[in-house]
Design a protein around this ligand. Structure first.
Ligand code: UDP
Ligand code: MG
Length: 159
């Protein structure tokens, strides 16, 4: 099933110059970028995006992190895009993320290290967790006129 999912290159990924690398991984897999922009969000917007986490112990650190600099927001489209993109990202805890995944190739920190410092795990990327979250996050971050349909060359070799 063709799905759309929200992806963010978080402030650490932007500051480290990993935007191109992250986008390439989706493009190389045959997934399509259908919307993209740079945004610096505020704490109110963070509470909307991370509504499910607001009451958790790690939320304060997560909010500080996500508002600390600009993020790249994009919508990625493809067959079972939500699951496919999550797999490319790797596990939430960088230490546990397998090599070959974005988090596993570019970050390594453990939950205990982040907790000790009162910080969020700087794990480069956010991707919607499931279909319900994807629908909510796509409409939170983008208006309908910011999405674009187009054909990619060689698409007949992917679909
Ligand atoms: N996070 C953290 N410590 C935790 C759990 C989460 O720092 O114990 C941060 C981490 O940056 C993560 C984000 O909060 O990516 C959102 O958490 P979630 O469980 O939704 O993980 P994700 O969906 O990003 O893999
Ligand atoms: Mg999540």
């Amino acid at each position: 099933m063709i799905e759309q999912t929200l992806v963010l290159v978080k402030p650490d990924g932007v500051a480290r110059g990993l935007v191109g690398e992250v986008i390439s991984r989706f493009e190389n897999r045959g997934l399509k970028i259908v919307a993209l922009k740079m945004v610096k969000i505020d704490t109110d917007f963070s509470k909307k995006h991370y509504a499910a986490h607001v009451d958790k112990d790690f939320y304060a650190g997560l909010e500080n992190f996500i508002v600390s600099g600009p993020v790249i927001a994009m919508i990625v489209e493809g067959v079972d895009a939500i699951e496919n993109v999550r797999k490319l990202c790797g596990a939430t805890e960088s230490k546990s993320a397998l090599p070959g995944t974005i988090r596993g190739d570019y970050s390594h920190v453990s939950y205990s290290h982040a907790d000790e410092k009162g910080m969020a795990i700087k794990n480069i990327i956010h991707a919607s967790g499931d279909k319900e979250d994807a629908e909510k996050e796509v409409s939170l971050w983008f208006s309908v006129d910011e999405l674009h349909g187009y054909s990619r060359s060689g698409e007949e070799h992917v679909f």
